[in-house]
Design a protein around this ligand. Structure first.
Ligand code: AMP
Length: 565
Protein backbone atom coordinates (compact mmCIF):
# COMPACT_ATOMS: atom_id res chain seq x y z
CA UNK A 1 0.00 0.00 0.00
CA UNK A 2 1.48 3.30 -0.96
CA UNK A 3 0.94 6.02 1.53
CA UNK A 4 -0.09 9.30 0.05
CA UNK A 5 -0.47 11.18 3.33
CA UNK A 6 3.22 11.51 3.79
CA UNK A 7 3.94 12.64 0.23
CA UNK A 8 5.66 16.00 0.38
CA UNK A 9 4.70 18.49 -2.31
CA UNK A 10 6.98 18.03 -5.30
CA UNK A 11 9.92 20.34 -4.86
CA UNK A 12 11.84 21.73 -7.81
CA UNK A 13 15.07 19.97 -8.66
CA UNK A 14 18.51 21.53 -8.68
CA UNK A 15 18.36 21.25 -12.48
CA UNK A 16 15.42 23.64 -12.55
CA UNK A 17 17.13 26.50 -10.75
CA UNK A 18 19.36 27.78 -13.54
CA UNK A 19 22.59 26.24 -12.32
CA UNK A 20 25.23 25.29 -14.87
CA UNK A 21 26.26 21.71 -15.59
CA UNK A 22 29.59 21.86 -13.75
CA UNK A 23 27.90 23.20 -10.60
CA UNK A 24 25.22 20.51 -10.90
CA UNK A 25 27.93 17.89 -11.24
CA UNK A 26 29.50 19.16 -8.02
CA UNK A 27 26.19 18.88 -6.19
CA UNK A 28 25.73 15.38 -7.54
CA UNK A 29 29.19 14.45 -6.27
CA UNK A 30 28.35 15.90 -2.85
CA UNK A 31 25.23 13.75 -2.74
CA UNK A 32 22.78 16.66 -2.48
CA UNK A 33 19.56 15.24 -3.90
CA UNK A 34 17.29 18.24 -3.91
CA UNK A 35 17.47 21.91 -2.98
CA UNK A 36 16.31 23.08 0.43
CA UNK A 37 13.46 25.64 0.51
CA UNK A 38 15.78 28.60 0.93
CA UNK A 39 17.81 27.36 -2.03
CA UNK A 40 14.70 26.95 -4.18
CA UNK A 41 13.83 30.58 -3.61
CA UNK A 42 17.19 32.29 -3.40
CA UNK A 43 19.19 30.61 -6.16
CA UNK A 44 17.08 31.63 -9.20
CA UNK A 45 16.58 35.11 -7.76
CA UNK A 46 20.28 35.64 -7.23
CA UNK A 47 21.08 34.18 -10.64
CA UNK A 48 18.69 36.70 -12.18
CA UNK A 49 20.84 39.46 -10.70
CA UNK A 50 18.38 40.70 -8.08
CA UNK A 51 19.39 41.56 -4.51
CA UNK A 52 18.10 39.13 -1.90
CA UNK A 53 17.12 39.58 1.73
CA UNK A 54 17.01 36.08 3.11
CA UNK A 55 15.59 35.02 6.41
CA UNK A 56 17.21 31.73 7.33
CA UNK A 57 19.09 30.24 10.24
CA UNK A 58 22.15 28.02 10.23
CA UNK A 59 21.40 24.53 9.00
CA UNK A 60 18.81 25.53 6.42
CA UNK A 61 21.31 25.29 3.58
CA UNK A 62 21.69 29.05 3.30
CA UNK A 63 25.41 28.88 2.53
CA UNK A 64 24.77 26.99 -0.69
CA UNK A 65 21.82 29.32 -1.38
CA UNK A 66 24.18 32.25 -1.83
CA UNK A 67 27.44 30.46 -2.66
CA UNK A 68 26.17 28.47 -5.67
CA UNK A 69 25.05 31.60 -7.58
CA UNK A 70 28.23 33.27 -6.39
CA UNK A 71 30.61 30.68 -7.84
CA UNK A 72 28.62 30.65 -11.06
CA UNK A 73 29.29 34.37 -11.49
CA UNK A 74 33.04 34.15 -10.96
CA UNK A 75 35.39 34.28 -13.91
CA UNK A 76 38.31 32.34 -12.44
CA UNK A 77 40.72 33.71 -15.05
CA UNK A 78 40.05 37.33 -14.23
CA UNK A 79 42.26 38.98 -11.65
CA UNK A 80 40.94 41.01 -8.76
CA UNK A 81 38.47 40.12 -6.03
CA UNK A 82 35.04 39.58 -7.60
CA UNK A 83 33.01 38.55 -4.57
CA UNK A 84 33.09 39.42 -0.89
CA UNK A 85 31.35 37.58 1.93
CA UNK A 86 31.18 39.10 5.42
CA UNK A 87 30.60 36.80 8.36
CA UNK A 88 30.47 37.50 12.10
CA UNK A 89 33.06 35.03 13.33
CA UNK A 90 36.21 33.32 12.32
CA UNK A 91 34.52 29.93 12.50
CA UNK A 92 31.74 30.92 10.17
CA UNK A 93 34.17 32.66 7.80
CA UNK A 94 36.23 29.48 7.56
CA UNK A 95 33.16 27.31 7.07
CA UNK A 96 31.74 29.53 4.35
CA UNK A 97 35.13 29.75 2.64
CA UNK A 98 35.45 25.98 2.66
CA UNK A 99 31.93 25.48 1.33
CA UNK A 100 32.46 28.08 -1.41
CA UNK A 101 35.72 26.43 -2.37
CA UNK A 102 33.96 23.06 -2.58
CA UNK A 103 31.08 24.41 -4.66
CA UNK A 104 33.43 26.24 -7.02
CA UNK A 105 36.17 23.61 -7.28
CA UNK A 106 35.25 22.50 -10.80
CA UNK A 107 35.35 26.08 -12.01
CA UNK A 108 38.74 26.75 -10.44
CA UNK A 109 37.36 29.45 -8.16
CA UNK A 110 39.92 30.57 -5.58
CA UNK A 111 38.69 31.53 -2.13
CA UNK A 112 40.49 33.09 0.82
CA UNK A 113 39.26 33.37 4.41
CA UNK A 114 40.56 36.38 6.32
CA UNK A 115 39.88 36.88 10.00
CA UNK A 116 41.45 38.38 13.08
CA UNK A 117 43.85 36.20 14.96
CA UNK A 118 45.47 34.63 11.94
CA UNK A 119 48.91 36.11 11.11
CA UNK A 120 48.28 38.91 8.66
CA UNK A 121 51.40 38.12 6.58
CA UNK A 122 49.90 34.96 5.18
CA UNK A 123 46.72 36.80 4.22
CA UNK A 124 48.75 39.58 2.60
CA UNK A 125 50.68 37.03 0.56
CA UNK A 126 47.53 35.28 -0.64
CA UNK A 127 45.81 38.56 -1.47
CA UNK A 128 48.81 39.67 -3.49
CA UNK A 129 48.74 36.41 -5.43
CA UNK A 130 45.15 37.20 -6.35
CA UNK A 131 41.95 35.45 -5.25
CA UNK A 132 38.44 35.48 -6.71
CA UNK A 133 36.47 35.39 -3.48
CA UNK A 134 37.27 36.81 -0.05
CA UNK A 135 35.33 35.62 2.99
CA UNK A 136 36.07 37.43 6.21
CA UNK A 137 35.12 39.07 9.44
CA UNK A 138 34.38 42.80 9.09
CA UNK A 139 37.20 43.97 11.40
CA UNK A 140 39.94 42.20 9.51
CA UNK A 141 38.50 43.08 6.10
CA UNK A 142 38.54 46.74 7.06
CA UNK A 143 42.08 46.33 8.27
CA UNK A 144 43.12 45.08 4.84
CA UNK A 145 41.27 47.87 3.07
CA UNK A 146 43.11 50.43 5.20
CA UNK A 147 46.47 48.81 4.55
CA UNK A 148 45.74 48.91 0.84
CA UNK A 149 46.04 45.14 0.62
CA UNK A 150 42.42 44.54 -0.39
CA UNK A 151 40.97 46.29 -3.41
CA UNK A 152 37.21 45.96 -3.67
CA UNK A 153 36.75 48.04 -6.80
CA UNK A 154 36.04 44.99 -8.98
CA UNK A 155 33.60 43.32 -6.58
CA UNK A 156 30.31 42.47 -8.26
CA UNK A 157 28.75 40.37 -5.52
CA UNK A 158 28.57 40.98 -1.77
CA UNK A 159 27.05 38.69 0.83
CA UNK A 160 26.34 39.65 4.43
CA UNK A 161 25.94 36.37 6.29
CA UNK A 162 24.26 36.24 9.71
CA UNK A 163 23.77 39.98 9.63
CA UNK A 164 21.99 40.08 13.00
CA UNK A 165 24.98 38.42 14.64
CA UNK A 166 27.29 40.98 13.06
CA UNK A 167 25.02 43.71 14.39
CA UNK A 168 25.14 42.19 17.89
CA UNK A 169 28.89 42.14 17.77
CA UNK A 170 29.09 45.82 16.97
CA UNK A 171 30.26 45.39 13.38
CA UNK A 172 27.56 47.45 11.74
CA UNK A 173 29.66 50.57 11.14
CA UNK A 174 32.52 48.52 9.78
CA UNK A 175 30.07 46.88 7.39
CA UNK A 176 28.77 50.24 6.18
CA UNK A 177 32.33 51.43 5.56
CA UNK A 178 33.20 48.24 3.69
CA UNK A 179 30.08 48.50 1.51
CA UNK A 180 31.00 52.03 0.45
CA UNK A 181 34.30 50.62 -0.85
CA UNK A 182 32.47 48.36 -3.28
CA UNK A 183 31.05 49.48 -6.65
CA UNK A 184 27.51 50.93 -6.73
CA UNK A 185 26.16 48.45 -9.22
CA UNK A 186 27.14 45.36 -7.24
CA UNK A 187 24.65 42.67 -6.32
CA UNK A 188 24.00 42.21 -2.60
CA UNK A 189 22.59 39.33 -0.62
CA UNK A 190 21.88 39.64 3.08
CA UNK A 191 21.05 36.65 5.27
CA UNK A 192 19.85 36.95 8.81
CA UNK A 193 17.84 34.83 11.23
CA UNK A 194 16.05 37.94 12.52
CA UNK A 195 15.38 41.41 11.11
CA UNK A 196 15.74 44.04 13.82
CA UNK A 197 15.24 47.66 12.62
CA UNK A 198 18.97 48.28 12.29
CA UNK A 199 19.28 45.46 9.75
CA UNK A 200 16.26 46.74 7.85
CA UNK A 201 17.91 50.18 7.69
CA UNK A 202 21.15 48.68 6.48
CA UNK A 203 19.25 46.86 3.75
CA UNK A 204 17.33 49.98 2.76
CA UNK A 205 20.52 52.00 2.45
CA UNK A 206 22.74 49.52 0.70
CA UNK A 207 20.52 47.20 -1.31
CA UNK A 208 18.56 47.87 -4.41
CA UNK A 209 14.95 46.71 -4.45
CA UNK A 210 15.72 43.39 -2.74
CA UNK A 211 13.53 40.32 -3.05
CA UNK A 212 12.62 39.00 0.36
CA UNK A 213 13.09 35.27 0.71
CA UNK A 214 11.83 33.50 3.81
CA UNK A 215 11.69 29.89 4.80
CA UNK A 216 8.02 29.29 5.25
CA UNK A 217 6.95 27.85 8.59
CA UNK A 218 3.22 27.14 8.73
CA UNK A 219 1.72 25.46 11.80
CA UNK A 220 1.54 21.76 11.32
CA UNK A 221 -0.08 18.90 13.12
CA UNK A 222 2.20 16.33 14.61
CA UNK A 223 1.12 12.90 15.66
CA UNK A 224 1.52 11.95 19.29
CA UNK A 225 5.04 10.73 19.41
CA UNK A 226 7.71 10.94 22.05
CA UNK A 227 10.23 13.46 20.85
CA UNK A 228 13.78 13.70 22.12
CA UNK A 229 16.97 15.31 20.92
CA UNK A 230 20.62 14.82 21.71
CA UNK A 231 23.06 17.67 21.29
CA UNK A 232 26.26 16.10 20.02
CA UNK A 233 29.33 17.66 18.40
CA UNK A 234 29.92 16.19 14.96
CA UNK A 235 32.86 13.90 15.77
CA UNK A 236 30.81 12.08 18.40
CA UNK A 237 27.64 11.57 16.38
CA UNK A 238 28.20 7.98 15.35
CA UNK A 239 29.12 6.86 18.86
CA UNK A 240 26.13 8.70 20.28
CA UNK A 241 23.81 7.15 17.69
CA UNK A 242 25.07 3.66 18.48
CA UNK A 243 24.37 4.15 22.18
CA UNK A 244 20.95 5.60 21.54
CA UNK A 245 20.13 2.64 19.30
CA UNK A 246 21.27 0.24 22.01
CA UNK A 247 19.24 2.01 24.65
CA UNK A 248 16.11 2.34 22.55
CA UNK A 249 16.37 -1.05 20.87
CA UNK A 250 13.95 -0.05 18.06
CA UNK A 251 11.97 -2.85 16.47
CA UNK A 252 12.12 -0.96 13.18
CA UNK A 253 13.53 2.46 12.51
CA UNK A 254 14.10 4.89 9.69
CA UNK A 255 17.25 6.95 10.00
CA UNK A 256 17.39 10.13 7.96
CA UNK A 257 20.53 11.79 6.60
CA UNK A 258 20.89 14.92 4.50
CA UNK A 259 22.89 13.56 1.62
CA UNK A 260 23.31 10.37 -0.32
CA UNK A 261 26.96 10.21 0.69
CA UNK A 262 26.05 10.44 4.35
CA UNK A 263 23.52 7.63 3.91
CA UNK A 264 26.24 5.41 2.43
CA UNK A 265 28.75 6.34 5.12
CA UNK A 266 26.32 5.69 7.94
CA UNK A 267 25.22 2.42 6.38
CA UNK A 268 28.79 1.23 6.29
CA UNK A 269 29.64 2.47 9.78
CA UNK A 270 26.59 0.80 11.33
CA UNK A 271 27.16 -2.46 9.45
CA UNK A 272 30.71 -2.58 10.79
CA UNK A 273 29.33 -2.11 14.29
CA UNK A 274 27.09 -5.13 13.93
CA UNK A 275 23.74 -3.55 13.13
CA UNK A 276 21.64 -4.64 10.18
CA UNK A 277 20.99 -1.49 8.20
CA UNK A 278 19.87 -0.96 4.62
CA UNK A 279 20.52 2.17 2.63
CA UNK A 280 17.95 3.88 0.44
CA UNK A 281 18.72 6.88 -1.70
CA UNK A 282 18.21 8.42 -5.10
CA UNK A 283 21.26 6.65 -6.51
CA UNK A 284 19.52 3.26 -6.49
CA UNK A 285 17.52 1.88 -9.38
CA UNK A 286 14.04 0.50 -8.92
CA UNK A 287 15.13 -3.13 -8.55
CA UNK A 288 17.65 -2.18 -5.88
CA UNK A 289 15.06 -0.12 -4.06
CA UNK A 290 12.62 -3.02 -4.13
CA UNK A 291 15.21 -5.37 -2.68
CA UNK A 292 16.03 -2.94 0.13
CA UNK A 293 12.37 -2.46 0.97
CA UNK A 294 11.72 -6.20 0.94
CA UNK A 295 14.52 -6.81 3.45
CA UNK A 296 13.25 -4.00 5.65
CA UNK A 297 9.65 -5.15 5.54
CA UNK A 298 10.58 -8.76 6.25
CA UNK A 299 12.76 -7.69 9.17
CA UNK A 300 16.06 -8.94 7.72
CA UNK A 301 17.10 -5.35 8.22
CA UNK A 302 15.79 -3.38 11.14
CA UNK A 303 17.28 -0.01 10.29
CA UNK A 304 16.53 1.82 7.08
CA UNK A 305 18.85 4.72 6.33
CA UNK A 306 17.40 7.15 3.84
CA UNK A 307 17.46 10.62 2.35
CA UNK A 308 14.21 12.56 2.36
CA UNK A 309 13.81 12.15 -1.37
CA UNK A 310 14.21 8.40 -1.22
CA UNK A 311 11.83 8.05 1.71
CA UNK A 312 9.09 9.92 -0.11
CA UNK A 313 6.20 7.67 -0.97
CA UNK A 314 7.69 4.70 0.85
CA UNK A 315 5.11 2.08 1.58
CA UNK A 316 5.97 1.45 5.20
CA UNK A 317 3.00 1.27 7.53
CA UNK A 318 4.63 2.12 10.78
CA UNK A 319 8.06 2.18 12.36
CA UNK A 320 8.84 2.27 16.05
CA UNK A 321 11.45 4.99 15.66
CA UNK A 322 12.32 7.83 13.36
CA UNK A 323 15.86 8.99 13.92
CA UNK A 324 17.18 12.19 12.42
CA UNK A 325 20.89 11.57 12.19
CA UNK A 326 21.01 15.09 10.77
CA UNK A 327 18.54 17.64 12.00
CA UNK A 328 16.07 18.45 9.18
CA UNK A 329 16.62 21.80 7.55
CA UNK A 330 13.05 22.97 8.00
CA UNK A 331 10.26 22.22 10.47
CA UNK A 332 8.12 20.90 7.59
CA UNK A 333 10.66 18.24 6.78
CA UNK A 334 10.82 17.33 10.48
CA UNK A 335 7.08 16.93 10.72
CA UNK A 336 7.01 14.96 7.51
CA UNK A 337 9.73 12.61 8.72
CA UNK A 338 8.27 11.91 12.14
CA UNK A 339 4.88 11.26 10.58
CA UNK A 340 6.32 7.83 9.81
CA UNK A 341 5.98 6.77 13.42
CA UNK A 342 3.23 6.93 16.04
CA UNK A 343 0.60 5.93 13.51
CA UNK A 344 -2.81 4.48 14.06
CA UNK A 345 -2.76 5.01 17.79
CA UNK A 346 0.55 3.23 18.19
CA UNK A 347 3.45 4.60 20.16
CA UNK A 348 6.30 6.12 18.31
CA UNK A 349 9.55 7.80 19.09
CA UNK A 350 11.30 10.56 17.19
CA UNK A 351 14.93 11.19 17.98
CA UNK A 352 17.06 13.97 16.58
CA UNK A 353 20.80 14.43 16.75
CA UNK A 354 21.68 18.10 16.78
CA UNK A 355 25.10 19.66 16.53
CA UNK A 356 25.68 22.43 19.06
CA UNK A 357 25.59 25.11 16.40
CA UNK A 358 22.31 23.80 14.98
CA UNK A 359 20.33 24.35 18.15
CA UNK A 360 18.60 27.31 16.53
CA UNK A 361 16.98 24.90 14.05
CA UNK A 362 15.74 22.75 16.91
CA UNK A 363 14.06 25.74 18.51
CA UNK A 364 12.49 26.63 15.17
CA UNK A 365 11.06 23.11 14.98
CA UNK A 366 9.73 23.34 18.54
CA UNK A 367 7.96 26.55 17.66
CA UNK A 368 6.23 25.02 14.66
CA UNK A 369 5.44 21.72 16.33
CA UNK A 370 4.19 23.64 19.35
CA UNK A 371 5.75 21.26 21.82
CA UNK A 372 9.13 21.36 23.53
CA UNK A 373 11.56 18.67 22.47
CA UNK A 374 13.46 17.26 25.40
CA UNK A 375 17.23 17.41 25.09
CA UNK A 376 18.34 14.17 26.66
CA UNK A 377 21.69 13.13 28.01
CA UNK A 378 23.57 10.79 25.67
CA UNK A 379 23.64 7.40 27.38
CA UNK A 380 26.98 6.46 28.86
CA UNK A 381 28.38 2.95 28.68
CA UNK A 382 27.37 2.60 32.34
CA UNK A 383 23.79 3.53 31.42
CA UNK A 384 23.77 0.84 28.75
CA UNK A 385 25.13 -1.72 31.17
CA UNK A 386 22.41 -0.81 33.68
CA UNK A 387 19.82 -1.08 30.95
CA UNK A 388 21.02 -4.57 30.03
CA UNK A 389 20.80 -5.66 33.67
CA UNK A 390 17.26 -4.31 33.82
CA UNK A 391 16.33 -6.20 30.64
CA UNK A 392 17.88 -9.41 31.94
CA UNK A 393 16.06 -9.12 35.25
CA UNK A 394 12.69 -8.68 33.59
CA UNK A 395 13.39 -11.51 31.16
CA UNK A 396 14.15 -13.86 34.07
CA UNK A 397 11.04 -12.74 35.89
CA UNK A 398 8.91 -13.41 32.81
CA UNK A 399 10.45 -16.83 32.35
CA UNK A 400 9.73 -17.74 35.97
CA UNK A 401 6.12 -16.63 35.59
CA UNK A 402 5.66 -18.58 32.37
CA UNK A 403 6.85 -21.60 34.32
CA UNK A 404 7.99 -23.68 31.35
CA UNK A 405 11.42 -24.81 32.35
CA UNK A 406 10.81 -28.30 33.74
CA UNK A 407 13.46 -29.77 31.50
CA UNK A 408 16.04 -27.60 33.20
CA UNK A 409 15.24 -28.46 36.80
CA UNK A 410 17.30 -31.65 36.61
CA UNK A 411 20.41 -29.73 35.63
CA UNK A 412 20.04 -27.43 38.59
CA UNK A 413 19.21 -30.29 40.95
CA UNK A 414 22.34 -32.19 39.92
CA UNK A 415 24.50 -29.13 40.49
CA UNK A 416 22.83 -28.31 43.80
CA UNK A 417 24.71 -31.15 45.49
CA UNK A 418 27.95 -29.31 45.01
CA UNK A 419 26.98 -25.63 44.78
CA UNK A 420 24.86 -23.00 46.38
CA UNK A 421 21.60 -22.52 44.36
CA UNK A 422 22.19 -18.77 44.32
CA UNK A 423 25.56 -19.29 42.63
CA UNK A 424 23.99 -21.66 40.11
CA UNK A 425 21.32 -19.14 39.21
CA UNK A 426 23.88 -16.34 38.96
CA UNK A 427 26.08 -18.41 36.67
CA UNK A 428 23.09 -19.22 34.47
CA UNK A 429 22.21 -15.52 34.32
CA UNK A 430 25.77 -14.71 33.27
CA UNK A 431 25.60 -17.30 30.47
CA UNK A 432 22.35 -15.79 29.23
CA UNK A 433 23.81 -12.28 29.40
CA UNK A 434 26.98 -13.29 27.56
CA UNK A 435 24.93 -14.88 24.82
CA UNK A 436 22.99 -11.69 24.12
CA UNK A 437 25.56 -9.02 24.89
CA UNK A 438 27.64 -7.55 22.11
CA UNK A 439 31.28 -6.67 22.45
CA UNK A 440 31.96 -4.40 25.37
CA UNK A 441 33.97 -1.44 24.19
CA UNK A 442 37.53 -1.49 25.51
CA UNK A 443 37.87 2.23 25.91
CA UNK A 444 34.80 4.24 26.57
CA UNK A 445 34.62 7.33 24.39
CA UNK A 446 33.63 10.28 26.53
CA UNK A 447 30.90 12.18 24.74
CA UNK A 448 30.50 15.82 25.77
CA UNK A 449 27.10 16.28 27.39
CA UNK A 450 24.52 18.95 26.81
CA UNK A 451 21.98 18.17 29.45
CA UNK A 452 18.23 18.36 29.71
CA UNK A 453 17.03 21.83 29.22
CA UNK A 454 14.51 23.21 31.60
CA UNK A 455 11.41 24.67 29.96
CA UNK A 456 12.22 28.02 28.57
CA UNK A 457 10.49 30.76 26.71
CA UNK A 458 10.41 30.39 22.97
CA UNK A 459 11.74 33.82 22.19
CA UNK A 460 14.91 33.10 24.08
CA UNK A 461 16.97 32.36 21.04
CA UNK A 462 20.43 32.85 22.40
CA UNK A 463 22.55 31.98 25.34
CA UNK A 464 23.86 28.77 26.76
CA UNK A 465 21.24 26.15 27.23
CA UNK A 466 20.02 24.00 29.99
CA UNK A 467 21.89 23.40 33.15
CA UNK A 468 25.21 24.48 31.80
CA UNK A 469 26.65 27.06 34.13
CA UNK A 470 27.49 30.09 32.20
CA UNK A 471 29.53 33.03 33.09
CA UNK A 472 29.94 36.06 30.97
CA UNK A 473 33.48 37.03 31.62
CA UNK A 474 34.89 39.27 34.30
CA UNK A 475 33.58 42.79 34.38
CA UNK A 476 31.31 42.44 31.38
CA UNK A 477 27.67 43.34 31.44
CA UNK A 478 24.95 42.58 28.97
CA UNK A 479 23.03 39.52 27.92
CA UNK A 480 24.84 36.21 27.76
CA UNK A 481 26.22 35.63 24.35
CA UNK A 482 25.54 32.63 22.21
CA UNK A 483 27.90 29.76 21.68
CA UNK A 484 29.91 31.50 19.06
CA UNK A 485 32.80 33.59 20.34
CA UNK A 486 33.38 37.15 19.22
CA UNK A 487 35.66 37.52 16.25
CA UNK A 488 38.63 38.55 18.37
CA UNK A 489 38.02 35.73 20.84
CA UNK A 490 38.83 32.08 20.52
CA UNK A 491 37.00 29.30 22.27
CA UNK A 492 39.13 26.75 24.09
CA UNK A 493 38.05 23.30 25.18
CA UNK A 494 39.23 22.19 28.62
CA UNK A 495 38.70 18.56 29.55
CA UNK A 496 37.22 19.07 33.02
CA UNK A 497 33.76 20.19 33.99
CA UNK A 498 31.10 20.28 36.62
CA UNK A 499 31.58 16.66 37.57
CA UNK A 500 34.95 17.55 39.00
CA UNK A 501 33.41 20.47 40.83
CA UNK A 502 34.75 23.08 38.45
CA UNK A 503 33.31 26.57 38.77
CA UNK A 504 34.01 29.67 36.66
CA UNK A 505 36.31 31.06 39.35
CA UNK A 506 38.55 27.99 39.10
CA UNK A 507 38.96 28.52 35.38
CA UNK A 508 39.65 32.24 35.61
CA UNK A 509 42.03 31.67 38.54
CA UNK A 510 43.97 28.97 36.72
CA UNK A 511 44.26 30.92 33.48
CA UNK A 512 45.24 34.21 35.09
CA UNK A 513 47.61 32.47 37.48
CA UNK A 514 49.31 30.18 35.01
CA UNK A 515 49.24 32.07 31.75
CA UNK A 516 49.66 35.48 33.39
CA UNK A 517 47.16 37.14 31.09
CA UNK A 518 44.83 39.91 32.26
CA UNK A 519 41.33 38.81 33.35
CA UNK A 520 39.88 41.04 30.60
CA UNK A 521 41.37 38.60 28.11
CA UNK A 522 38.88 35.98 29.28
CA UNK A 523 35.35 35.96 27.90
CA UNK A 524 32.34 33.74 28.46
CA UNK A 525 32.82 30.45 30.26
CA UNK A 526 30.43 27.55 29.83
CA UNK A 527 30.79 24.61 32.15
CA UNK A 528 29.24 21.33 31.07
CA UNK A 529 29.37 18.04 32.91
CA UNK A 530 32.63 16.79 31.60
CA UNK A 531 34.26 19.75 29.92
CA UNK A 532 34.45 23.49 29.87
CA UNK A 533 34.43 25.96 27.00
CA UNK A 534 36.15 29.24 27.66
CA UNK A 535 36.65 32.20 25.40
CA UNK A 536 40.01 33.90 25.50
CA UNK A 537 41.35 36.78 23.45
CA UNK A 538 42.88 35.31 20.31
CA UNK A 539 46.16 37.10 21.02
CA UNK A 540 46.49 35.16 24.29
CA UNK A 541 45.15 31.80 23.08
CA UNK A 542 48.50 30.15 22.40
CA UNK A 543 49.99 31.41 25.67
CA UNK A 544 47.02 30.02 27.58
CA UNK A 545 47.20 26.64 25.83
CA UNK A 546 50.92 26.39 26.47
CA UNK A 547 50.71 27.40 30.13
CA UNK A 548 47.66 25.29 30.93
CA UNK A 549 49.03 22.17 29.26
CA UNK A 550 51.70 22.17 31.96
CA UNK A 551 49.42 23.24 34.78
CA UNK A 552 46.66 21.72 36.86
CA UNK A 553 43.15 22.72 37.80
CA UNK A 554 42.06 21.58 41.25
CA UNK A 555 45.19 19.52 41.48
CA UNK A 556 44.64 17.60 38.25
CA UNK A 557 46.37 17.97 34.91
CA UNK A 558 43.92 18.94 32.19
CA UNK A 559 43.72 18.67 28.44
CA UNK A 560 43.26 21.95 26.64
CA UNK A 561 42.90 22.77 22.96
CA UNK A 562 41.11 25.03 20.56
CA UNK A 563 37.45 24.09 20.29
CA UNK A 564 36.30 23.32 16.77
CA UNK A 565 32.65 23.35 17.40
P1 AMP B 1 24.04 25.71 6.19
O1 AMP B 1 22.65 26.07 6.58
O2 AMP B 1 24.51 26.48 5.03
O3 AMP B 1 24.98 25.81 7.38
O4 AMP B 1 24.05 24.18 5.70
C1 AMP B 1 23.80 23.11 6.57
C2 AMP B 1 24.30 21.77 6.03
O5 AMP B 1 23.44 21.27 5.02
C3 AMP B 1 25.67 21.79 5.41
O6 AMP B 1 26.38 20.69 5.98
C4 AMP B 1 25.46 21.54 3.93
O7 AMP B 1 26.51 20.78 3.38
C5 AMP B 1 24.16 20.78 3.90
N1 AMP B 1 23.34 21.07 2.72
C6 AMP B 1 23.10 22.29 2.15
N2 AMP B 1 22.26 22.17 1.11
C7 AMP B 1 21.92 20.87 1.02
C8 AMP B 1 21.05 20.12 0.15
N3 AMP B 1 20.36 20.71 -0.83
N4 AMP B 1 20.95 18.80 0.36
C9 AMP B 1 21.63 18.19 1.36
N5 AMP B 1 22.45 18.83 2.21
C10 AMP B 1 22.60 20.16 2.05
Amino acid sequence: MTDTNTEAPAAPLFTELGLEPDVLATLEALGYEEPTPIQVEAIPTLLSGRDVLGQAATGTGKTAAFALPLVQRIDADRRGVQALVLAPTRELAVQVAEATHRYGARRGVSVLAVYGGQPIDRQLRELRRGVNVVVGTPGRILDHIRRGSLDLSAVGYVVLDEADEMLDMGFIEDIETILTETPEGRQTALFSATFPPRIAQLAARHMSDPVRVTVRAPKLETPLVRQAAYVVPRPYKLEALARVLDLEAPTSAILFCRTRNEVDELNEALSVRGYRPEALHGGLNQAQRDRVMKRFREGTADLLIATDVAARGLDVEHVSHVINYDIPQTPEVYVHRIGRTGRAGREGTAITLVQPREQGLLRGIERVVGRPIEVARVPTVADLRARRVELLRSAIRETIEEDEFDGYRDIVASLADDYDPLDIAAAAAKLAADATRGEEPENEVEIPQWENRPQRSHDDTRGPRGRRDSYDGPGRDGPPRGRRPRADMTRLFIGVGRRRGIRPGDIVGAIVGEAKIPAEGIGAIEIADQFTLVEVAEEHADTVIRAMSRAAIKGRPVSIRRSHD
